[in-house]
Write a protein that binds this ligand. Structure first.
Ligand code: CP
Length: 313
């Protein structure tokens, strides 16, 4: 029986430290499959995975598709514009119709916070939240934790700064939960209008000056400015954001000399991050993307392939 006793992956809140360790360790053992000449094992042969993306995605969608294919699952892709949602079908009706075809797992990205929870209640298939509104993006947090652990040798005791639009960021929320569970200290920074009122109740320190927020940090995570999620203007212009909060070499001077720079993508170069930082020697941004495939392979394996360890070779 799998040690991972969950039907779905909806939120970092649902995972224990042991679950997170299991996912990261499993990802570590699956990582080398992507480096082989033949990048495929039969572990999920006969299983079917539906990727249902109501919102645009480059990294998460291709990463899940690649992960499922490398484990030999059959994959189907559905987007809002190419499905009957445009004809008025509700998420619940769509879910019931998908369930009628008996998939093993559904990966859902949706603009409404809570949509994956609703789907998980409606279907027998496992559900993975690939980002819901401004709520959570748990697989992004897991691949970030994997990358931090790989680069720093552990997570407990690290000092991490998360800079940007914290209030609208599902990546920030999932990372704060995951990092705190794993024993890291977290400081958040951004314009006051982008810091949620309840920030300190999440167990983080708030520091409005980004140059001060990065002081002595081991990890600096920079977030995208999400203009599409802001219901009102909460910052005068992108130029002003770049001037006051954009992370450039000068503003990163107070971080530890070996601090790693992370960004979940997609990046707004010259706004929240300068190219000299994004492409600099301490950037691990593309390693985050590579690790995303291994972490998603681990989740697929733990949720729907747990009894087939022998098929990994
Ligand atoms: N990090 C992330 O979720 O990127 P995509 O929107 O491209 O999937």
């Amino acid at each position: 029986m799998s040690e991972f006793n969950h039907k779905d992956l909806l939120s970092m809140e649902d995972l224990s430290v042991r679950d997170i360790d299991l996912i990261l360790n499993t990802a570590g053992s699956l990582r080398e499959i992507s480096l082989r000449e033949i990048k495929k094992v039969p572990t999920l042969r006969g299983k079917s995975v539906v990727h249902f993306f109501y919102e645009p995605s480059t990294r998460t969608r291709t990463s899940f598709e690649m992960a499922a294919k490398r484990l030999s699952a059959d994959t189907m892709s559905l987007s809002a514009t190419g499905s009957s949602i445009v004809k008025g079908e509700t998420l619940v009706d769509t879910a019931r119709n998908l369930q009628a075809m008996n998939p093993d797992l559904i990966v859902l990205r949706h603009p409404a916070s809570g949509a994956p929870q609703l789907l998980a209640r409606e279907v027998e298939a496992c559900v993975i939240n690939a980002g819901d509104g401004i709520h959570e993006h748990p697989t992004q947090a897991l691949l970030d934790l994997y990358t931090i652990r790989e680069k720093k040798g552990g997570i407990e005791g690290l000092d991490v700064a998360i800079i940007g639009d914290i209030a609208h960021s599902r990546v920030a929320r999932s990372n704060i939960i995951g990092l705190r569970k794993m024993g890291a200290r977290v400081t958040v920074s951004g314009p006051p209008t982008m810091i949620p009122f309840e920030a300190e109740s999440l167990g983080v320190r708030v520091e409005c000056d980004p140059a001060e927020a990065v002081r002595d940090k081991d990890v600096v995570m920079i977030l995208r400015i999400q203009l599409e999620r802001q219901s009102r203007v909460i910052f005068p212009s992108l130029r002003e954001y770049a001037t006051h909060f954009g992370l450039n070499r000068e503003r990163l001077k107070r971080a530890k000399p070996d601090a790693i720079i992370m960004h979940p993508g997609p990046m707004n170069r010259g706004v929240e991050i300068a190219s000299e930082v994004a492409d600099g020697p301490y950037s691990v941004i593309l390693e985050q993307v590579a690790n995303g495939v291994a972490v998603r392979m681990a989740l697929l394996y733990l949720l729907i392939g747990g009894s087939k360890r022998g098929d990994m070779d």
